[in-house]
Design a protein around this ligand. Structure first.
Ligand code: GDP
Length: 307
């Protein structure tokens, strides 16, 4: 498991591996509200209403809100170097393990499993996509692999409640997990899916990170907050993927822009995590965040393979 190990590791020094951080060197956490307010001000346009334009401004995050890649760390004075390596629209710092093999060349549906024990046993690293129904999981999967209909495989009758494995570039897996929060599903069925997915999270040794999808066009939902806090409390490595970040109409979105919803969601789950989990803003309409997610997966994967 990557996350618990992250902060205790360091790399030999080289120009690009200077990103070494120890929790004790992080700036102390300031009071909760003022920092939240300061970030919101940065994210919000100051004079002109750009509500329909994509957010291009990269908000500068304090060091303790960044996700340092596995094996990386920050020494005092390196703050500028670290900030320059933050992936656009995220808090993820790019480290030495991100390589040129990030893009998807081949994507093949392998199998649907009804129990964690039935999943492929070849030990290849995998990333699991999970989220509330309608969050945009299929659209994101299709966008990552640049295929219009690959994720339809998981939407076929009988497969929506399965663990669906897609092999990427013959070397790693994207795993489509059952969506949660279906309004129409009977309570018993919902419980079964929960247990089945949780068992998978806790028992799957080659699971590098869960990618929890959250709709950034609406305010935080309790069911998503519960999911994120469960993952945090169980120390399951997690990346928050905020979807639908192209939807910027304030009125339709409960009065908040995507970056404000992103900020609020993190504030609500912070206490469940030792260090800031990685998060990234995406849109399957504009493909925002697609290459960044793939780079992030690449560095997690390459680190996982070596450790
Ligand atoms: P799933 O149930 O989680 O697999 O969600 P889908 O991928 O089927 O998407 C649900 C709905 O959200 C569909 O109407 C999509 O067109 C829409 N959608 C998905 N991703 C985005 C996005 O990034 N931006 C916008 N505006 N709509 C999206």
């Amino acid at each position: 498991r990557i996350l618990p190990r992250l902060l205790s590791l360091s790399l030999p020094s080289s120009p690009t591996s200077k990103l070494l951080i120890r929790p004790s060197r992080l700036p102390p956490r300031g009071p909760f509200l003022p920092r939240c307010a300061a970030l919101s001000q940065l994210a919000a346009p100051q004079t002109v209403d750009h509500s329909d334009e994509p957010q291009e401004v990269q908000v500068k995050l304090p060091l303790d809100r960044l996700f340092l890649p596995p094996g990386a760390s920050v020494t005092p004075g390196d703050e500028e170097v670290v900030t320059a390596r933050v992936l656009k629209g995220s808090n993820i710092v790019l480290g030495t393990y991100a390589r040129g093999d990030a893009q998807v060349v081949n994507a093949d549906f392998i199998k649907s499993s009804v129990r964690p024990d039935d999943c492929p046993r070849d030990g290849l690293p995998e990333f699991a996509l999970v989220g509330r129904s309608n969050v945009g999981k299929s659209s994101l999967l299709n966008s990552l692999v640049r295929r219009k209909r690959l994720a339809l495989t998981s939407k076929k009758p009988g497969k929506t409640q399965c663990i669906n494995h897609f092999k990427i570039n013959d070397s790693w897996y994207l795993v489509d997990l059952p969506g949660y929060g279906y309004a129409s599903a009977p309570q018993v069925a919902r419980k079964d899916w929960d247990e089945f997915t949780r068992n998978y999270f806790l028992s799957r040794d080659n699971l590098v990170s869960v990618f929890l999808l959250i709709d950034a066009s609406i305010p935080a939902k309790n069911i998503d907050l519960d999911y994120a806090s469960w993952l945090g409390q169980n120390k399951v490595p997690m990346t928050l993927v905020f979807t639908k970040c192209d939807k910027r109409k304030k009125k339709k979105n409960g009065g908040k822009r995507p970056e404000e919803n992103v900020e609020c969601f993190q504030n609500l789950i912070r206490e469940y995590f030792e260090a800031a989990p990685p998060w990234i803003m995406t849109s399957s309409v504009t493909n925002q965040g697609r290459d960044e997610i793939l780079l992030h997966m690449s560095q997690l994967r390459n680190y996982w393979r070596k450790h």
